[in-house]
Design a protein around this ligand. Structure first.
Ligand SMILES: [Mg+2]
Length: 336
C-alpha cells in the first residue's frame, strides 16, 4: 500500500510556487520567505501579508476587538522585522459577520492602527466584505533602506542558533484564557499579555540586519520546532537545539504546572511568540546580543543551539536526542 505525502501547509506553499512559476525581474526575494523583496525605482521594498480568522486565530470570548487588531498588526510587523525592513504602509481586508457594530469595528481599527503607528506604519487602503465570521488580513510594505534582506537560506554549518526574548509565553497565555482563567491572575498575567499584546521585534530586526553579521533570520510564528526546521531546510542544513538553553518566562513553569502542561512544549510548538530566530558565527553572539539590547531596551538574546551539516532538527535534553522537526503549529494537520 502506498501513501502519498501529506497535503499540508508546506505542500500547499510548494504547489503555489510551481503554479506561480519563476519570479520575474525586479523580484529580489520571491515566495517562501517571511516577506517578498521588490526592486522599485531604486528602492528595495519588503511586502508581507498575514490573515487571521475568527475561530481559528482568535476567539472573541477572550480576545477584545482591540486585541485582535493588535495581534494581526503584530504578526505582520513581525514578518517585516524578520527581513530587517522599516515598516511604511499597510492595506487591510476586513470580513465581518452580518450586521457589523461600530463598537466592534472602531476598537479593532484602533488596535491595529495604534501598533502600526508606533512603528512608523500608516494604514493607507483596504476592502470590506460580509462573511460568516470575522477575518482580518493585512498586507504591509516596508523599506530595506541600507539593510541587506535577511533570508532563511543563509545559515552556515557551525553557526550559532539564537532567539530573542523568552519563548512559550503566548501559548501559555492562550491555554490559560481558553480554560476560562482570570487574565489578571499573577501567575498568568504576563503570559496573557504575551498572547493578547505581542511586541513585534521591529527595531531589533532592523539592528540585526544592519549589523551585517547575521547569516539567516525569520520570525517565530509557529513555534521554534517548526520555524527552525524551515530555516534549516531552506539553508540545506540541520539544527541541534539544547532544551536547557531555551529561554522561558519566569512565571511559565508555575503556570504550566497549574494547567498540567509542559512549558518547554509551549516554547517549541506553541507559536505566536513573534520573537526573532537568527543564525550567526558563534563569536558574533555577544556583539549581536548587545546590538539587540541597544535597539530595544531589555531585549534578551539566547543561543539555543547550532546549525549542523546533517539534515533534521533535533532537541537534546535529559531524555536524549529527539526529532522535533515540524512539530509546531500546522494549519492543515493530517487527520488522526
Ligand atoms: Mg514569518
Amino acid at each position: 500500500m502506498s501513501t502519498s505525502p501529506p497535503f499540508n501547509e508546506e505542500a500547499i506553499i510548494e504547489l503555489v510556487r510551481q503554479v506561480a512559476g519563476p519570479a520575474p525581474a525586479g523580484v529580489d526575494v520571491g515566495l517562501g520567505d517571511d516577506a517578498a523583496v521588490l526592486q522599485v525605482g531604486g528602492l528595495q521594498i519588503a511586502v508581507t501579508t498575514d490573515l487571521m480568522v475568527e475561530g481559528v486565530h482568535f476567539d472573541l470570548s477572550f480576545c477584545s476587538p482591540a486585541d485582535v487588531g493588535h495581534r494581526v498588526m503584530a504578526a505582520n510587523l513581525s514578518d517585516l522585522a524578520a527581513m530587517g525592513a522599516k515598516p511604511a504602509w499597510g492595506f487591510w481586508s476586513l470580513a465581518l459577520a452580518p450586521k457589523p457594530r461600530r463598537e466592534v469595528v472602531e476598537p479593532l481599527a484602533r488596535g491595529l492602527v495604534d501598533l502600526g503607528r508606533e512603528h512608523g506604519l500608516a494604514l493607507v487602503g483596504g476592502d470590506t466584505t460580509a462573511a460568516p465570521q470575522m477575518a482580518v488580513n493585512l498586507c504591509l510594505m516596508g523599506l530595506l533602506e541600507g539593510a541587506r534582506p535577511l533570508l532563511r537560506s543563509g545559515a552556515r554549518a557551525g553557526d550559532a542558533v539564537c532567539v530573542t526574548g523568552p519563548l512559550g509565553g503566548s501559548a501559555g497565555g492562550l491555554a490559560w484564557l481558553a480554560q476560562g482563567g482570570n487574565p489578571s491572575e499573577p501567575t498568568a498575567d504576563r503570559a496573557v499579555q504575551a498572547y493578547l499584546r505581542p511586541r513585534p521585534r521591529v527595531a531589533v530586526g532592523r539592528a540585526l540586519a544592519l549589523s551585517g553579521r547575521v547569516t539567516a533570520m525569520m520570525d517565530l510564528s509557529d513555534g521554534l520546532a517548526s520555524d527552525l526546521a524551515r530555516l534549516a531546510k531552506a539553508s540545506g542544513l540541520g539544527a541541534r537545539v539544547e532544551a536547557d538553553l531555551i529561554p522561558l518566562p519566569n512565571q511559565l513553569p508555575t503556570l504550566a504546572e497549574r494547567l498540567g502542561a509542559d512549558p518547554l512544549r509551549w516554547a517549541l510548538s506553541g507559536g505566536e511568540d513573534f520573537e526573532l530566530l537568527f543564525t550567526c558565527s558563534p563569536e558574533d553572539v555577544p556583539l549581536l546580543t548587545e546590538a539587540a539590547a541597544r535597539a530595544e531596551d531589555g531585549t534578551q538574546v539566547s543561543q539555543v543551539g547550532r546549525m549542523v551539516p546533517e539534515s533534521g532538527t533535533f532537541l537534546q535534553s535529559g531524555e536524549g536526542l529527539a526529532d522535533i522537526a515540524f512539530t509546531g503549529y500546522d494549519h492543515f494537520p493530517p487527520e488522526r
